[in-house]
Design a protein around this ligand. Structure first.
Ligand SMILES: Nc1ncnc2c1ncn2[C@@H]1O[C@H](COP(=O)(O)OP(=O)(O)OP(=O)(O)O)[C@@H](O)[C@H]1O
Length: 330
């Protein structure tokens, strides 16, 4: 007798040839079409952490809303957690945690505190009492919401509202999180707490992440794979270094030395841009294709006097706008 075979895991997100066009009013009677997404295709497997990045108006929010079932696509096919997002939206909300740009403003009833709201949410999602209370305590701790649980939502500032909405979205431990514009959030402390929580949900809880943000730096600590949108088109799907390489963009290595030293002009495949503090800090411009940090550092170390060592190195990635501009040229 054959042993029962396990079904392969269902991809968490399947986007096939998706387009989205809005009809926008112009003046009194006129209307014009705005195409927010053009023919997008990608798959996110269970357990992946994927970032969606692009400039203003590139289509990030529209994509998040389509995947979360708030908008139907104008063309193509989407399946989220094995479900049709618009048609099966009620089922989808049980397995997906979604927080989309602006939700924290429309958000929760202003006179209700999280302490009163969370039991209502827990009941609606069919969570057992002990289970959701433990989860509430965990989220309150990880998001530093403890002192604010009893404050009416309307009295919280923007940064706390965002974290409160996130606690609501995550209460049922959804295996898939779709978060739009959450990592560019208003305060640095909140951003670190949210990034820490997402890393934990992903690494320990095995949660699949689809996170969108306007900057690569907001995403790079959480997502190895990046989908880059430019004018509603998917122009890159892969790790950030591959994008930088493809675009032929240059990176800058900031090298801090333990002692003063001469210019590192003789390091191959690098150009000294700036020397500060008697040579203790030097900025090297590294062209694409020859930018392996370890190789450059080895060459630097070979050229230093015996009593000088590399104390620290920082890699400055090119700005997303520069990378996109170069990508349009190649
Ligand atoms: N509901 C809507 N009605 C009409 N046009 C819309 C609507 N939503 C988005 N758009 C248009 O679609 C395009 C993509 O917008 P979207 O909000 O998805 O981009 P985004 O990358 O999230 O931008 P941002 O970072 O500025 O939020 C823009 O031209 C926008 O004006």
């Amino acid at each position: 007798m054959n042993a029962p075979t396990e079904d392969p895991p269902v991809p968490q997100i399947e986007v096939v040839g998706v387009g989205k066009t809005f009809s926008v009013r112009t003046g009194w009677r006129g209307r014009r079409s705005v195409t927010a997404l053009h023919d997008l295709s990608f798959v996110v497997e269970a357990g992946e952490a994927v970032g969606v990045v692009g400039g203003p108006g590139s289509g990030k929010s529209t994509l998040a809303r389509i995947v979360a079932g708030q908008f139907a696509p104008s063309a193509g096919f989407v399946r989220t957690a094995g479900l049709l997002p618009v048609r099966q939206r009620a089922d989808l909300t049980r397995v997906v945690g979604a927080l989309l740009a602006g939700d924290e403003d429309a958000g929760l009833p202003g006179d209700l505190s999280l302490a009163r709201l969370l039991p209502i949410v827990a009941e609606a999602r069919g969570l057992a009492t002990g289970e959701w209370q433990l989860r509430r305590d965990e989220l309150a701790e990880r998001l530093a919401l403890g002192p604010h649980l009893n404050r009416p939502y309307g009295q919280l500032d923007d940064a706390l509202r965002l974290r409160a909405c996130l606690a609501v979205a995550l209460l049922h431990r959804p295996p898939l999180l779709i978060l739009d514009d959450v990592l560019d959030g208003p305060d640095a402390v909140g951003r670190d707490l949210i990034r820490g929580l997402l890393r934990h949900e992903h690494r320990v809880g095995g949660c699949t992440l689809l996170l969108s943000a306007a900057s690569v730096s907001a995403l790079e600590s959480s997502c190895r794979r990046l989908l880059v949108l430019d004018g509603g088109r998917l122009v890159h799907d892969g790790p950030l270094p591959d994008l930088v390489e493809r675009a032929g963009a240059q990176r800058i290595l900031v090298i801090d030395l333990t002692e003063a030293a001469g210019r590192l002009d003789s390091v191959p495949n690098a150009e000294v841009l700036e020397v500060e503090a008697d040579g203790r800090r030097q900025r090297l411009l590294c062209p694409p294709g020859r930018t392996a940090t370890a190789d450059v550092l080895a060459d630097v170390a070979d050229r230093l006097p015996p009593d000088v060592r590399v104390r620290d190195v920082t890699v400055l990635e090119p700005a997303l706008d520069d990378v996109l501009a170069r990508l349009r040229e190649v």
